[in-house]
Design a protein around this ligand. Structure first.
Ligand code: FAD
Ligand code: MLT
Ligand code: ZN
Length: 448
């Protein structure tokens, strides 16, 4: 492929073609999905992104937009020799409005940098998750990322007031004025949230901030049964408006994390199910929090207020992803269940997997406050989809969603019909072909 046209847009040093340089852009975070690319193109600003997309459209070349490449459904890598359009250089935070609590962030700003920029203004950013220092604003919008604070502040879509994006023909749509009430027709930011790079390339976003809360407490709670842990989740959410996160994991995941990272046991008495709970407020929430915890059926509890101690408790939960990945590329099945189905699902899902692949291991953890469970299965060939089929069919049968927060990507598009009717799929296809008639934007992703 002759790439001189791209080199003249972004400069030769920002068109990477050497395999050693492109390798990390062609394999996903889990190592399950890998492909190849003729080039990774690294534009510096919206104008260059638009020129690159226009060049791709003119030359009939497909593009995979990429941010931090932390996506977990195989949507961020080129599987059929697409060009990788890396947005990481669009990393400016601008137009900070400390009065209104809004900022504009380039697509390549990491979530960690966005949080730090927000805190510097006396506000905070309401979405948070373990990959904060690598995942980007553009990727978060494209996947509608969730994380641990959704029950309190909503998902990424709930933070986005306006978006600037490059469409498949290279035109730029921008609506970054920051008006909170603005009913002037179709809301393109909502459409782009969760579109997984298939409808446009996000170049910037206007996001709302949330009040910065200085007083924080984190508790690790151990329970004898998953039912008790889930009942406690409901009580905590109902009784404590200061709760920001209620996160779930189990004894086998804790053992793996401890063994992998050499961590000590949190309690003398082992539990079966664990919750990490974080509460935050302007006033110290510890006493109110402790009085609610006293009413719960806990086997053991550890409470932390200093930042180091809080991080140490969070580590037991957040380190699951990395510990599981070190076993070998997992099949990651991120699902939501109706609250009444969650405990039953936890009991049944291991049996369903064992019936298909007796030697596979099932790891369960997730965001209990949202009914969002991460079913990770290790010891499965990357291409063997029998386990995915068994788990996702069970989710649908119990009224759940096959993707809570990671998206569909390439990993789950075969099963999209479990949650979406043929009419909904037809409407999605109509939107796709209206905005990207030649199908050059992330063609392996989302729509079957
Ligand atoms: P990428 O991985 O680069 O891309 C993801 C998708 O977005 C791809 O389809 C890509 O084409 C598209 N895309 C990227 N940038 C753009 C753009 N500018 N314009 C258009 N399309 C674009 N996710 C959660 O929701 N909650 C969690 O709790 C969570 N925890 C995680 C923990 C770890 C340790 C890891 C590794 C991942 C976790 N994730 C989580 C998944 C991941 O971080 C999110 O999906 C994140 O939003 C991806 O951002 P990214 O910048 O890495 O995007
Ligand atoms: C998490 O909640 O830790 C993430 O979504 C990552 C994962 O599913 O492994
Ligand atoms: Zn998650």
């Amino acid at each position: 492929m002759n790439l001189t046209g791209l080199e003249s847009i972004v400069g030769a040093s920002n068109v990477l073609t050497d395999a050693a340089m492109t390798e990390s852009y062609t394999v996903d975070w889990t190592g399950r999905f890998r492909g190849s690319t003729p080039a990774v193109v690294r534009p510096a600003d919206t104008h260059e992104v638009a020129e690159v997309v226009r060049w791709c459209a003119a030359n009939g070349v497909a593009v995979v937009p990429q941010g931090g490449n932390t996506g977990l459904v195989g949507g961020s890598v080129p599987l059929r020799d697409e060009i990788v359009l890396s947005l990481r250089r669009l990393d400016a935070v601008s137009d900070v409005d400390a009065g209104a609590g809004q900022v504009t962030a380039g697509a390549g700003v990491t979530i960690g940098d966005l949080q730090r920029a927000a805190r510097a203004t006396g506000w905070d950013y309401g979405v948070d998750w373990g990959a904060r220092d690598t995942a980007t604003v553009g990727g978060a919008i494209a996947t509608n990322a969730g994380g641990s604070k959704v029950a309190r502040y909503g998902d990424t879509r709930a933070q986005v007031i306006g978006v600037e994006a490059v469409l498949a023909d290279g035109s730029v749509v921008a609506h970054l004025g920051g008006l909170l009430k603005d009913n002037t027709g179709y809301h393109l930011p909502s459409l782009l949230c969760g579109s997984e790079g298939t409808l446009g390339v996000v170049t910037a976003a206007r996001v709302r901030l949330v009040p910065a809360l200085s007083e924080r407490v984190v508790a690790l709670l151990g329970f004898e049964t998953v039912d008790q842990a889930l009942r406690a989740t409901s009580v905590l959410r109902r009784s404590l408006p200061s709760v920001e996160a209620v996160e779930l994991f189990f004894d086998d995941g804790l053992a793996l994390v401890r063994e992998t990272f050499g961590l000590s046991a949190p309690f003398a008495t082992p539990a079966s199910a664990y919750l990490v709970v974080e509460a935050a407020d302007h006033e110290d929430p510890t006493d109110t929090f402790a009085s609610v915890v006293d009413e719960l059926d806990v086997l053991a509890a550890s409470v932390a207020t200093s930042s180091d101690d809080r991080a140490a408790l969070w580590r037991y939960r957040e380190a699951h992803t990395e510990a599981i990945n070190l076993i070998g590329p997992p099949h990651k099945l991120d699902v939501t269940l109706p609250a009444v189905e969650l405990a039953g699902f936890v009991g049944e899902v291991r049996q369903r997997v064992a019936a298909v692949l007796p030697d596979a291991r099932v790891w369960l953890f997730g965001h209990a406050a949202d009914g969002n469970l991460h079913v990770n299965v290790t010891g499965v060939d990357p291409d063997d989809e029998r386990v995915d089929d068994a788990v996702l069919s069970l989710v649908a049968a119990r009224g759940g969603s096959i993707s809570a927060e990671h998206g569909i990507g390439t990993a789950k598009k075969r099963w999209l019909h479990l949650n979406r009717s043929s009419e909904e799929l037809a409407a999605m296809r109509a939107i796709k072909s209206a905005l990207d008639p030649r199908g050059i934007l992330n063609p392996n992703c989302l729509l079957p």
